[in-house]
Design a protein around this ligand. Structure first.
Ligand SMILES: *[C@@H]1O[C@H](CO)[C@@H](O)[C@H](O)[C@H]1NC(C)=O
Ligand SMILES: *[C@@H]1O[C@H](CO)[C@@H](O)[C@H](O)[C@H]1NC(C)=O
Ligand SMILES: *[C@@H]1O[C@H](CO)[C@@H](O)[C@H](O)[C@H]1NC(C)=O
Length: 195
């Protein structure tokens, strides 16, 4: 849906064994350090009064049937509730985490999110936000002096993107030189994901 390419099946297979995207380079490289981050972040609109965000494409392959609910807890913090149905076991899990708007200037959309599984914070730069439609979050960790691990999550207010939305998202990622080729579609089919 997001990126119909011949390479898609191949990429999907790779991504199942490597759930994040590992690439040559460092997080501080010019093309990454210079990603443009959304400005004048509006935390309240992002939290959206509890409206869910659905991950719909990602470098990571383990986000199927995941929904995220953000609740504003102060001017710079949010609670995050993660609800996910495991497609292998059918078990629904619910985890809670915290997100902190890390920019003291209250302008750039950079948030630190405690990973729901291991509690480690990952700092995400929101490279794209249309508050009532979609958002893309990017994070990067250097693995060693040559390689980095990159995280890119595209989340939507709806479980699918229209073709016009897909086009706008793709154009934006391309403008930022973020590879969307390694992104895999997340299963968000309401019948499969229903609890
Ligand atoms: C980032 O981009 C700006 C202009 O777009 C440029 O002036 C600056 O040198 C760039 N920084 C790096 C590290 O490439
Ligand atoms: C689903 O459950 C299985 C078995 O417990 C586990 O190995 C797998 O990682 C889970 N999948 C996700 C997406 O959490
Ligand atoms: C979400 O999907 C519904 C039905 O497919 C559509 O009517 C609505 O406009 C979509 N909303 C957004 C924000 O894309």
């Amino acid at each position: 849906m997001f990126n119909l390419r011949l390479a898609f099946v191949f990429i999907t297979l790779i991504s199942f064994s490597y759930s994040q995207y590992t690439s040559r380079g460092q997080c501080e490289d010019r093309d990454r350090i210079n990603l443009s981050v959304a400005q004048w972040f509006n935390l309240r609109r992002f939290a959206g009064n509890g409206a869910p965000w659905y991950p719909i494409a990602s470098y990571s392959s383990n986000l199927d049937c995941l929904s995220l609910y953000f609740t504003e807890t102060s001017t710079n913090t949010m609670n995050v509730v993660y609800t996910q149905k495991n497609l292998t076991t059918g078990v629904v899990s619910r985890r809670e985490g915290k997100a902190t708007w890390v920019r003291p200037d209250y302008r750039e959309a950079i948030i630190s999110v405690n990973h729901p599984y291991d509690g480690k914070p990952l700092v995400y730069r929101m490279v794209l936000i249309v508050y009532d439609e979609f958002t893309a979050h990017y994070s990067c960790v250097n693995l060693d002096k040559q390689n980095r691990q990159e995280f890119l999550h595209l989340m939507s207010r709806n479980r699918t993107l229209t073709s016009d939305q897909q086009r706008r998202v793709r154009a934006s990622l391309e403008r930022q030189h973020l590879p969307h080729g390694p992104m895999v579609n997340v299963v968000q089919d309401p019948t499969i994901c229903s609890i």
